[in-house]
Ligand binder design. Sequence first.
Ligand code: FES
Ligand code: FES
Length: 187
Amino acid sequence: MREDKTGERISFRLEASVDAASHLPGRASLKTTVRFRLNGKPTVLHTDDERHLLWVLRTDLDLTGTKYGCGAGYCGACTVLIGREAVRSCRTTLKQVEGKDVVTIEGLASGDKLHPLQSAFMEHGGFQCGYCTSGMIMSACALLLANPHPAREAVVQGLERNLCRCGAHQRILVAVQAASERKSPAS
Ligand code: FES
Ligand code: FES
């Protein structure tokens, strides 16, 4: 995410414009059919498969829990799960998710029951403004899938590529470790 608000807005518009360009009449021939599972549901889209997953989630599917930060793969605000891996959706094209399982922050809870990571972030105040939170939780989810009971150093290492401008890192680490101590933290 950029420090400069004007730059952030311009960057946002450029990214959105590039993505929106895929809908221009002249590019209609680039539309293709993409199939994948999204939060456990089969999903079929007819669109340009070079579009980035982040914008498809946010603009086509109204899943705005996945955030736009830098658009360049640096901040981690846009992190989702593909399979069991944490992936930056701003740099992932639809073509790359064909046939795969994608999970966003909206897909973690089971009905009214929050995922253990979500509960732990609430209980331990693992956020301030909340902008980085869904990316943090999705990265933590991948970490706990690979290592259900990580030592503190492993949590630090697992989340070091996710940026938090508010400096909530200490509480985030506490929340992830608390979630790891619960039953089936990565389920
Ligand atoms: S928006 Fe920053 S890594 Fe994707
Ligand atoms: S950026 Fe505000 S809580 Fe992390």
